[in-house]
Design a protein around this ligand. Sequence first.
Ligand SMILES: *Cc1c(COP(=O)(O)O)cnc(C)c1O
Length: 379
Amino acid sequence: MMEHVFPTYARFPFDLVKGEGVHLTDNHGKNYLDFTSGIGVCSFGYSNEIIQNNVQNQLAKIWHISNLYESQIQDEVADLLCNDDQLAFFCNSGTEANEAAFKLARKYTGKTTVLAFNNGFHGRTYGSMSLTGNPDIQKGFAPLVPDVEFADYNDDQALELIDDNLAAVILEVIQGEGGVYVADKTWLTKIHAACKEHDVLLIIDEVQTGIGRTGTKFAYQQFGLDPDIVTSAKALGNGTPIGAMIGKKILISAFGPGSHGTTFGGNKLSMAAAKGVLQQLTPEFLNQVQQKAEVIWQKLNAEIKPLVAVNDVTGLGFMIGIHLNETTDVNEVIEKLHDQGLLTLSAKHNTLRLLPPLVMDEDDLFEGLEIIKKVLKKA
Ligand SMILES: *Cc1c(COP(=O)(O)O)cnc(C)c1O
């Protein structure tokens, strides 16, 4: 299989050919319960009627037209996505959203240097990769985009690097790929204050944490922050390719006509899907996510955390990192979970990462956690 595809991914030897609700079927007919949502993408599962209808209706009307014309559906999605003081730029992925943020921050401030964090992840294109604090991801691709500095996450030394010469600070409030590490609220408050003091833009990458994943529309809302720029992607289109860079209205002067663009960004099919996602991301829905999260975290703390194979369990809401000990290899655990009909993910530092669809009910969530408990007990 896949003889004519660059082997940039270490793939498991099966193909998921069908999805229904929160269950998937592979090409051998084996069924799985999904604790991945793609990688935090299909938060409304694989057969959400509203999203499916929106895309199908749009498909019947018009698939594509350029950004040379007004778009009512972009307006509607931007309206659902932004608050009264924000504007959106639509693109096709997380890395593109961060590219847009990087470009906007430099152009608006007239400064060049951006502070990012070790262990962070912002994407694979040159700008976003240059902001990604992971040498494994950057290896072989030098020279990178200049004027990017790194500091340790949750470490006060970062504060000393925030001065008037800085254009922006970019961070995730929970480092996803890095191992599901949650930022300390007090530390974030200090970073935020230092940015304000020195006219440095605060960019929060919500590509993985956003769109309800942690129980609120964006995770930063739970940390009392007021970022200048927020980036979104992954779950925003529930599987259609989409990204968004959301910035405060004051930044408008740097992103006028001709300053930035993309052929497919804001395309009507992805917009139709995003509209369906955002319409369903109501306070009532988020409340349910929070309630289910409370129940699963009780179980995680009571039954998973004490296991010998587990060093710690970290995360927030439906974003969970089970940190395995040195003798328990995460990839072996993932394969054993496949055998038991459960799909899971890994993250850096031997972390078993769980990103179940937000629509999963308590019974399925419990069933998945029971399977993990059983496998980890034997690991
Ligand atoms: C996945 C991810 C990205 C990159 O998104 P792509 O759509 O893969 O380009 C950027 N930032 C964070 C935090 C991510 O989790």
